[in-house]
Design a protein around this ligand. Sequence first.
Ligand SMILES: [Zn+2]
Length: 265
Amino acid sequence: MTPINLIFFFIFGLIIGSFINVVVLRYNTGFSFMKGRSKCFSCGKILSSLELIPVFSYLFIKGRCTSCKSKISIQYPLVELITGLIFLITFWKIGLTLFLPLYLIIFSVLISISLYDFKHKIIPDGMMVVFNILTLFAWFLTHSFQGQFLIPSLLDLFSGFILFSFFAFLWLVSGGKWMGFGDAKISLGVGWLLGLSGGIFAIMLAFWIGAIWGIFVILLKKLNVFCSSITIKSEIPFAPFIILGLFIQFFLEWNLASLMKILAQ
Ligand SMILES: [Zn+2]
C-alpha cells in the first residue's frame, strides 16, 4: 500500500462523488445520468470540462458560476470529498481484494441514499433494493470464501431481519413518528453486511451520532434567537446516521470483547 495507491483511490472517489451528485440530482426526473452536460441552475450556462473537475474547480471559481456569479451549493464539493475519503479508507482497510469493488459500489449507493434523504427526506425504493441485493451478495461471498455455511453464518443471514424488525417495531408503535419505514429497510442490509453483532454496534453508533447532532441543532436554534441569519431544519433524516454508523463500524470492527477492553482501561 503505497501513498500513490491511496492518492489514486482518493481521486477515483472524488470522480465517483461528482457522478453521485449528478445521479442524485437527476434521479426520478426522467433525465439520463449519462446524457447531457451539467449546467448552472440560474443562467443555464453549460459547464466547461475545467469546471467539471471535482473540488478544485469549485475552489478555483470560488463557488460561483463563472457566467452569472450565482452561488453554487457547497453540497457538490462536500459529497466529492466525502466519497474520496470513503474510497481511500475502504482501500486502506481491505486492500486490493475481490471485495474492494463490491464495497466501493455498496458505499457509493449508500452515499447516494444519504444525499437523496437529506434533500428529499425520503429514500427511493430503487436505491434501497440495489443496496439490499448488493449486501446479500456480499454476505454470500464472505461466507462462501470462508468455505463454511454453518449455523453461526445462518444467524448472520437472519441478522438483517432482526435489525429490520427492531426498526419496523419502532415505526409501527410510533406511527412513523420516531422512525421511518425506510430506516427499517436500510437496516436489513446493515445486518447482512456487518453480521448481527456488528449491525447492533452500527445502529448504536447511529443513535449516538444522531443524539449529538440533535443537541447541536438545538444549540444552533438557541443561537438563532440572537442571530436570525442562521436557519436550520429541525426535521432530521435518520438514514444518514445509520449509514455513518455502518461505515464507522465497518472500519473499527467493534465487538463486545473489544468494547470491554476499552472500558476496562
Ligand atoms: Zn450561472
